[in-house]
Ligand binder design. Sequence first.
Ligand code: NAD
Length: 480
Amino acid sequence: MASVSVKSNLIGGEWRDSADGRENRNPSNVADVIGLYASGNAGMVDEAVAAAQAALPAWSTSTPQQRFDILDRAGTEVLARRDELGRLLSREEGKILAEGCGEVARAGQILKFMAGEALRNPGDVLPSVRPGVKVEVTREPVGVVGIITPWNFPIAIPAWKIAPALAYGNTVVFKPAELVPGSAWELVDILHRAGLPHGVLNLVMGKGRDVGQAILDHRGIDAVSFTGSVATGRTAVATVAARGGKVQAEMGGKNPLVVMDDANLDIAVEAAVNGAFYSTGQRCTASSRLIVTKGIHDRFLAAMRERVSALRVGDALAKDTQIGPVVDERQLAQDLRYVEIGKEDGGKAETGGEPVKHDNEGYFMQPVLFSGTTNDMRINREEVFGPVASIIRVGDYEEALATANDTEFGLCAGIATTSLKHAEHFKRHSRAGMVMVNLPTAGVDYHVPFGGAKGSSYGQREQGTYAKEFYTTVKTAYTA
Ligand code: NAD
């Protein structure tokens, strides 16, 4: 058998040879090995931090034009390779090809938007309260940024963290999720070849408890941007804050979609099916709680049962697949366990909830829709992160709003209604960082802030122009 080369880590501009690597397998077909990827360790994080520190003085004082050119060039290549990289992404993560290609396109757009942000970094000049003194307020890079990402958006999340970090003159040590190193590796390779000076962007793939923990602990890392589960996110916040570092964490969700009596039924069903089940429900913005007022409840349930039972589950790369596999065996076991918990707690599985047999061996499961659930059940309180959604029947708008807000999370919330009054009230009183009216809870723009309230997020918002709040620090200078 021909030997397969291991995709290696990038430290100080050098691809490090690695003898053995971790297998990256296709969740649609576990016999399909996508490649071998190096697994780093704490020692490599030390080296990567040293390289990032050495590169910082030149990069942080580089011209905005230099940073624009590199990010823009990288964005152009990502967009040009949309189909190829989309295929790789779907092969390693399991979202369907259209979604994989869409995510790659989004990463390209983010790189281009952030290229422009390098040029748009204004400050303030003010007269001082003291005569003859000028005051300048400028934004400067934070320093070396550690970036830790989850598996469910293998290229978009790395892009929306790395691009602003670089645009504002920071240097980076990046650790992608173990399950999806392929897309992350390609993104780093593209940025490297686009002309980044050595050490500006360092890639250390590997385990969370080794490489990730070393990034959190490292005093040479000035700021950490983390996206992932609540448990790891809280550790990240506590660890980085305790050593005086800057930290932001995007974590879980238990997002509600309220469906009002006056909703357009087709729009509501479309928003619910998309928001709850597309990308196999593996989106932090997925609407797993469908809160439905009593007048439309039975019609909504009937329409949803029909739509959800007809969803075609299969190989992420096959043309007619609507729902790809769950990402791995552990996640599938967790999803199926929550189906049992939902039933034990008194929910009725209207359709789905069982593993799906397929020609390939993969992690397939039929999306499940529960009815007759209450907001205190575990399936409505804990993040499942799979194709599992439940309907909660409520009396009126006030009860719907209270139920929507009755959660420890607050990433995203939606409402389907034709009432301007309810839409406006919901936008104002929903305790979520993002609110959708007559749209799925999942699916956001890249040029506006992203982030949540309560237990879903910690620290400054990501994306859009607001990303500078995290990736820069403010300096006030006085001149006589
Ligand atoms: P996870 O917390 O298991 O892992 C996230 C990252 O942290 C991975 O790179 C992992 O290797 C690393 N990690 C694990 N242990 C670590 C440690 N001790 N120290 C440092 N790093 C460590 O999450 P996941 O399973 O990859 O992703 C799914 C979760 O991500 C879900 O809870 C989902 O809601 C969340 N998510 C949130 C958002 C958001 O923006 N709010 C977006 C996408 C995903």
